[in-house]
Write a protein of this length. Structure first.
Length: 317
């Protein structure tokens, strides 16, 4: 068992929020925090506005300032640093094989357009060997959104976004509420349920389990209206199946308060709505390949882009 929590660091506001979240999670787990700084390489290994030496110094400055901040706020936390060159998605996916949890930042555009997962996070999530958590940057008002964000090492340290100590501590802005688990009764894998119960027990937070399913369309059209009596029967049967699935876990973890419900509707939409009041949303990702590559899954893909709470994606067979 790897006793490390790994987080990607690039100096952006989103990655700094991810570092803060990962640091607190490492403390809760009694694990070492590993900061991974990846310098992009590939077909164009050099930046058009800075030479290689400047980029190295900038990366080192970002890492040093992050370390200084963590040592000041969390002196009891053990932190290691790895600075490598390569494709970030490949490096982080490889790192997931040697850590218990991988944490990444994810950029938001607001409630209308949703969130941009990014060119690094999406392919990384599709190939991770361990659970990965996507963390949003703390909310800012419209005036602040209009200002450019300065990453670590690009200013005097007094600009908005210069670090967790400026513009508010992300730890104070983490969404409250229950831990939300989206569970598919067709594939109720042990890895996903175990992760949810472990996280709920570790943080002494109630667990809200939701099984959602959509009625099938009829001849390509919307579902036909279902009589209330039949709807109640469907819900009762699914709630019984959900309770039976969770019963062994609740008996083994009686200290975890669990609220479970089966609902009819589009799973991704219902989970995104419920996640607005949750401290974390947890969903699964099946390990499967096709000739077109690795798939994240429709529900996981949707919540990664639109859920406001931190999203944990748990791979399973």
């Amino acid at each position: 068992m790897f006793q490390t929590v790994t987080v990607g660091l690039d100096g952006t506001r989103e990655s700094l929020a991810a570092v803060d979240w990962a640091a607190r999670e490492a403390l809760a787990r009694g694990s070492t925090l590993q900061l991974v700084q990846v310098r992009e390489t590939g077909a164009y290994p050099y930046s058009p506005i800075a030479d290689d030496e400047v980029e190295r110094e900038w990366a080192q400055t970002i890492t040093n300032e992050a370390l200084d901040d963590l040592n000041t706020r969390m002196p009891e936390l053990a932190v290691t640093v790895e600075m490598v060159a390569g494709r970030p998605a490949h490096v982080l996916a490889d790192a997931s094989a040697e850590t218990e949890l991988l944490v990444l930042g994810s950029r938001g555009l607001g409630t209308v357009f949703g969130f941009i997962v990014g060119s690094t996070a999406l392919p990384t999530v599709a190939h991770t060997a361990c659970p990965v958590v996507l963390v949003r940057a703390p909310h800012r008002d419209r005036d602040e959104e209009a200002q450019p964000v300065q990453p670590y090492g690009t200013g005097t340290g007094t600009e908005t976004g210069a670090g967790p100590e400026h513009g508010g501590d992300p730890a104070t802005e983490t969404p409250g509420g229950d831990i939300l688990l989206g569970l598919d009764l067709g594939h109720p894998c042990d890895e996903l349920i175990a992760f949810a119960f472990d996280h709920a027990e570790r943080h002494a937070t109630p667990l809200h389990v939701v099984h959602a399913w959509d009625l099938p369309p009829t001849y390509g059209m919307r579902p036909l209206p279902v009589p209330p009596a039949m709807t109640n029967e469907l819900l009762a049967a699914q709630n019984q199946a959900l309770a039976a699935t969770l019963r062994p876990w609740q008996e083994a973890r009686p200290e975890v308060k669990v609220r479970a419900e089966a609902v009819i509707g589009q799973p991704s939409r219902l989970l995104v709505e419920a996640a607005s009041q949750a401290s974390m949303l947890i969903v699964g990702r099946r390990n499967r390949r096709s000739r077109l590559g690795t798939h994240v899954g429709t529900v996981a893909h949707a919540v990664m882009h639109h859920a406001r709470a931190p999203v944990a994606i748990v791979p399973h067979d």
